[in-house]
Design a protein around this ligand. Structure first.
Ligand SMILES: [Ca+2]
Ligand SMILES: [Ca+2]
Ligand SMILES: [Ca+2]
Length: 161
């Protein structure tokens, strides 16, 4: 009986961690600003875990942020339309090695010409407790990444959300 309670309770705890920014509810679609129109949509895997969250952050009835999760509850891809024009100009990717983020990549189109002009890649080396950060920039939006840097830092993961 003890184990049954634990099995029933564990998924709820992990959901709560994922959606701590909103009111707890069993509904897949949520109206967060009270205008009677849903702006927060969740999809679930067969195991009942969140597989995708879609948000309409400016309440114009168009999705402007999509987060995809693995079945273990980890965020793997986050796409954002930060100027709400329907084009998702920023993408965050994460890869995991056991419990640790082993690789992260951010692509961003800063001038909205549908070409990335900022790319950040972080590769983690857990044994030496460091990560390497490689940044490429196209400051003139010419299509060529004319600036780049490679730096080594002490271990510190990016914010996952
Ligand atoms: Ca929107
Ligand atoms: Ca956009
Ligand atoms: Ca661009």
């Amino acid at each position: 009986m003890k184990y049954l309670i634990l099995i029933l309770f564990l998924p709820i705890v992990s959901w709560a961690n994922q959606i701590s920014d909103i009111v707890e509810t069993n509904k897949s679609n949520i109206d967060t600003n009270g205008d009677s129109k849903d702006d927060y949509f969740r999809s679930f895997s067969k195991k009942g875990r969140i597989s995708e969250i879609r948000k309409d952050r400016n309440f114009d009835q168009k999705i402007d942020e999509i987060s995809s999760y693995k079945d273990n509850g980890r965020l793997i891809v986050n796409k954002r339309d930060n100027n709400f024009d329907g084009y998702f100009e920023e993408t965050h990717n994460q890869e995991f090695d056991d419990d640790l983020i082993s690789f992260e990549k951010i692509n961003r189109d800063e001038n909205n010409d549908r070409k990335d002009d900022f790319i950040l890649e972080r590769t983690y080396f857990p044994r030496s407790n460091v990560y390497y950060e490689y940044i490429q920039k196209d400051p003139t939006f010419s299509g060529n990444f004319s600036k780049w840097s490679l730096k080594k830092y002490p271990w510190k993961p990016l914010v996952a959300n």
